[in-house]
Design a protein around this ligand. Sequence first.
Ligand SMILES: [Zn+2]
Length: 240
Amino acid sequence: MQERYDHKIIEQKWQKIWENSKAFKAREDKAAKKYYCLEMFPYPSGKIHMGHVRNYSIGDVAARFLSMRGFNVLHPMGWDSFGMPAENAAIQHGVRPKEWTDENIASMKTQLKRLGLAYDWDREITTCSPEYYRWNQWLFLKLYEKGLAYQKHSAVNWCPQCATVLANEQVEAGLCWRCDTHVEQKNLKQWFFKITAYAEELLDYCDKLQGWPEKVLVMQRNWIGKSIGAEVDFKIENSD
Ligand SMILES: [Zn+2]
């Protein structure tokens, strides 16, 4: 018996067995209780970093625990692969955005597989593939038809370095969260979703979320942005 744990031999052996037997495949089974375990998909920016390892280890523990408890667990993985970073990196490296994105996906997928995470890789999706985003487009058209997607001019947070619009949560002390460049305000015509039509419903659901950290709930409530105004009484000098 070897005294030292040889991770290369042991992990490769078991990962191969899991892959060949499709150990983490979600199968249709009406009798089993279902559990959908989804972590945020990574942006295919190059290599897996420790933040990914932390996040995906937590999801992996939950997925494995529940499948060992008899749940039919669907634990998929995918790539959040649209946006300006791919375009900017492509310009910088003189390659096509698709090449840069596909290469990063391939190397990050190899890294995630070496971590032995319990994913059903048959369900892998890539948001920049037409088979996937045709459904985003379909959904957008449904919202547009109902008047829930519309255009107007509005001031936005703009990072001149990333050449992209940032959400309020992506601006930290006036700086871009990605590159620390000073964020500017820019007036742009842009698309909006009329989430205010669902403000009450969304707020009701915030109250029903059990075990969520209060700071996340506050962020959600602020994002929903319901405002009922304020009433203030002022005394007028020399008047009743
Ligand atoms: Zn930036």
